[in-house]
Write a protein that binds this ligand. Structure first.
Ligand SMILES: Cc1cc2nc3c(=O)[nH]c(=O)nc-3n(C[C@H](O)[C@H](O)[C@H](O)COP(=O)(O)OP(=O)(O)OC[C@H]3O[C@@H](n4cnc5c(N)ncnc54)[C@H](O)[C@@H]3O)c2cc1C
Length: 366
């Protein structure tokens, strides 16, 4: 039963899970609402909490890098996400990557066992402005709640488009072409598909001519520059990919001893090493076109796809004018916002906002 002094957290994604954990660590009861598995957003597929919808990487692990430093700060604040990542990590060179199923299972299990957290599998459509609540419903917030937020903020929702990269089965790769290595000799965690100049040209031509999923007529094609669909990048110029996601620097093909013209990298997706993610290949090409074009990548001629790429609309709020530094609404202090909807981008950044909102919401409730 919900305790009168407990807080509500809406959304059991990265931000909501971390917020719930932090509040419980401070002795505050939490009712965590998650609409899955009754209702799934266009990108979510698993009933588990803390689902990673696209890449399985939490990016750089070194503290000399902003996202690495953020992760270290989270560790020092007893982050549940960081504990889960450590327990379920897979080899990924200098990055912290995880087995996504094991990662989400770890988080779900930890919160299910936490006596101060009650998980309610229900979509929230109405907000109670008098009750301490952390809204952590993510970039794909359900329509009813997005409408409520629109009324509260008095603003049109802002949005941009983001895309998901395909995943292939390892056993379907041609290992006579693909070689194992991380850049600059830092291990051998990645699979690398080396292109000659001719192969790159053929791939570039097929990619730029391939059919894309059209956006609806009222939708503007506004993308996040840090995660552009590969065909959008390719359209910027013949060599854009060769200096971007297909850059060959720091990699030598053991068959020739030389740096290839371009390289597509595949990152291990699960602990067993049976699945690989095409790094930087987020795309909005039609499904049939993805299979046709991506099989032009050397080593992927016979590739079988466990998941194809797709594109989604992401909603966020203009936080600087609406929220206090504690992440609650200036005009409605009991309501906190956390995660990507608060205007940050990325798994780690979203989790970090959950951590902060969880601590602050708990402090308000105490
Ligand atoms: C398609 C796509 C690909 C992305 N790829 C990457 C990537 O590769 N790397 C990266 O770092 N970041 C990526 N992001 C960005 C971002 O980091 C993730 O979306 C991240 O999961 C955001 O965390 P969150 O907790 O804010 O939201 P989410 O993790 O999306 O969690 C929100 C949760 O709220 C639930 N929910 C929604 N509405 C309601 C409601 N009304 N009631 C109850 N529950 C509700 C949802 O089911 C979901 O479980 C991607 C985003 C998208 C949309």
């Amino acid at each position: 039963m919900e305790q009168p002094d407990s807080i509500r957290i809406i959304g059991g994604g990265l931000a909501g899970v971390e917020a719930a954990w932090q509040a419980a660590r401070r002795g505050v009861g939490v009712r965590l609402y998650e609409m899955k598995p009754r209702r799934f957003s266009p990108a979510h597929q698993s009933p588990l909490l803390g689902e990673l919808v696209c890449s399985n990487s939490l990016r750089a692990d070194s503290v000399e890098n902003a996202v690495g430093l953020l992760k270290e700060e989270m560790r020092r604040l007893n982050s549940l996400l960081m504990a889960a990542a450590q327990a379920t990590r897979v080899p990924a060179g200098k990055a912290l990557a995880v087995d996504r199923e094991a990662f989400a299972a770890y988080l779900t299990n930890a919160l299910e066992k936490e006596p101060l957290v009650e998980i309610v599998r229900e979509e929230v459509t109405e907000l109670d402005p008098d009750r301490t609540t952390v809204i952590a419903t993510g970039p794909l917030t359900s329509d009813a709640l997005a409408g409520q937020l629109g009324r509260i903020t008095g603003q049109e929702h802002l949005h941009f488009y983001d895309a998901i990269a395909p995943i292939v089965y390892a056993e379907s790769l041609d290992l006579s072409k693909v070689f194992r290595a991380s850049r600059y000799g830092a291990g051998d965690d990645y699979l690398n598909c080396p292109f000659t100049e001719e192969e790159y040209t053929a791939f570039y031509q097929a990619l730029t001519a391939a059919e894309q999923v059209p956006l609806r007529s009222f939708e503007e094609p506004r993308y996040f520059e840090g995660c552009l669909p590969i065909e959008v990048m390719a359209a910027r110029g013949y060599l854009t990919l060769a200096y971007g996601p297909l850059k060959p620097v720091g990699l030598a093909d053991p068959r020739t001893g030389r740096q290839p013209f371009a390289v597509a990298q595949l990152r291990q997706e699960n602990r067993e090493g049976t699945l690989y993610n095409l790094v930087g290949f987020q795309t909005k090409l039609k499904y049939g076109e993805q299979e046709r074009v991506f099989r032009l990548i050397p080593g992927l001629e016979q590739a079988r796809f466990a998941r194809l790429g797709s594109i989604h609309r992401n909603t966020f709020i203009r936080s600087p004018g609406l929220l206090s530094p504690h992440l609650n609404f200036l005009k409605l202090p009991p309501l906190f916002l956390a995660g990507q909807i608060s205007g940050v981008e990325g798994y780690v950044e979203s989790g970090a906002m959950g951590l902060l909102a969880g601590i602050n919401a708990a402090a308000q409730a105490l």
